[in-house]
Design a protein around this ligand. Structure first.
Ligand code: AMP
Length: 118
C-alpha cells in the first residue's frame, strides 16, 4: 500500500482548488487535459476516490477500474481517434515513471506511437 497524500495535485484538481481543462466528469471519475501533452491528444482519467497507485486498487475497485477504461474509450471515440488507435498507460511507482501519486490513466493519441517505450 502507498500512503495517499490528500494534497497531491490531482486531489486539488478534483476539489477545484487548482484549474484544469475538464473533458468529462461523473460521480466516479474525472478526465482532463494533461498540462504537458506528449501527443496531440493527451488526457488523464482519474478516479475521484483516494487511490495512490495501481498497486492500491482492490477487489472493491473492479467497477471503478472498468469505469476508468470505458471513459477513456468514450473520450477516444469523441475525439475521433478510435479507428487510428491510441495508447492507454498507467505508470506505477518509480520504475513506471509515476510522478503524481493519485492513480491516473493516460490517453494518448493523434499520432503514431513507437514500441517499446524507453
Ligand atoms: P505520471 O508521470 O504518470 O505520474 O504523469 C503525471 C502527469 O500529470 C504528467 O503527464 C504531467 O504532465 C501531468 N500533470 C502534472 N500536473 C498537471 C496539472 N496541473 N494539470 C494537468 N496535468 C498535469
Amino acid at each position: 500500500m502507498s500512503t495517499y497524500d490528500p494534497d497531491n495535485i490531482f486531489a486539488k484538481i478534483i476539489r477545484g482548488e487548482i484549474p484544469s481543462k475538464k473533458v468529462f466528469e461523473n460521480e466516479k471519475v474525472y478526465a482532463f487535459e494533461d498540462i504537458n501533452p506528449q501527443a496531440p491528444i493527451h488526457i488523464l482519467i482519474i478516479p475521484k476516490a483516494e487511490i495512490a497507485t495501481v498497486n492500491d486498487f482492490t477487489e472493491e475497485n473492479k467497477e471503478l477500474i472498468g469505469e476508468i477504461f470505458l471513459t477513456a474509450q468514450q473520450i477516444a471515440k469523441e475525439k475521433g481517434i478510435s479507428e487510428d488507435g491510441y495508447r492507454l498507460v498507467f505508470n506505477c511507482n518509480r520504475y513506471g515513471g509515476q510522478e503524481v501519486y493519485h492513480a491516473h490513466l493516460h490517453l494518448l493519441g493523434g499520432r503514431p506511437m513507437k514500441w517499446p517505450p524507453g
